[in-house]
Design a protein around this ligand. Structure first.
Ligand SMILES: Cc1cc2nc3c(=O)[nH]c(=O)nc-3n(C[C@H](O)[C@H](O)[C@H](O)COP(=O)(O)O)c2cc1C
Length: 188
């Protein structure tokens, strides 16, 4: 699939078919993800490929337990329904103080590589500022050693929904020539 097309078409998918995802497909996706940029080229990633129903159910429960009040209308119940959940983690010693950024960039590549293969996925955070228990409980569940931190959760599978193209905010409201200047008055 052409890159521009993949970038424009990708949407978050939260309903999945039950079909197993081939191990070779998952390897291809993670092989692409490790090409992401990283601070000082530290390549600090660890990708946990979680398929066991018990683990997926417990990840879902942890994620829901620490969902902020304002987002409780959107529970993460779909996590347990995905055939695979990729947990993107970083080794802090290779992250140069930029663990979150490093993990997020690899996560975006996972979303795009999955989409290019006809799979659906969605980005979820495994960390929450001011609530260290979210990452701590995920780390304990998955047996992460000290220094390895979970940053994102990406449920992935064959889509059972086809989200419509989304309405984008105007490009003109986002782009500023040289300085923010008077454009601020126009931004929406
Ligand atoms: C930092 C971040 C956190 C997100 N957290 C959640 C989440 O907790 N639950 C969820 O269903 N989607 C989550 N998403 C996915 C967004 O809701 C989704 O990307 C957004 O609505 C735009 O839709 P699109 O991905 O289809 O373009 C998150 C996305 C980002 C970037």
């Amino acid at each position: 699939m052409e890159l521009d097309h993949a970038l424009k078409e990708r949407r978050s998918v939260r309903r999945f078919r039950r079909d197993r995802i081939a191990r070779t497909t998952l390897r291809e996706i993670l092989d692409l993800a490790r090409h992401a940029p990283s601070s000082m080229d530290g390549q600090p990633w660890h990708f946990l490929v979680v398929t066991r129903p018990g683990l997926k159910a417990r990840l879902t429960a942890i994620k829901n337990r620490y969902t902020p009040r304002a987002k409780r209308a959107y529970p993460a119940d779909f996590v347990r329904e995905a055939p695979v959940v990729i947990v993107v983690c970083v080794d802090r010693r290779r992250s140069y103080g930029r663990g979150i950024e490093n993990a997020v960039l690899a996560s975006e590549l996972i979303l795009l590589a999955a989409h290019a293969r006809g799979l659906g996925a969605v980005y979820l955070s495994a960390q929450r500022r001011g609530e260290p228990r979210l990452a701590r409980e995920i780390a304990a569940l998955l047996g992460l050693p000290p220094g390895i931190a979970p940053v994102t959760l990406i449920p992935l599978g064959r889509p059972a929904e086809r989200p419509r193209p989304k309405r984008l905010r105007d490009l003109e409201a986002m782009v500023h020539d040289e300085t923010f200047g008077l454009d601020a008055a126009r931004s929406r």
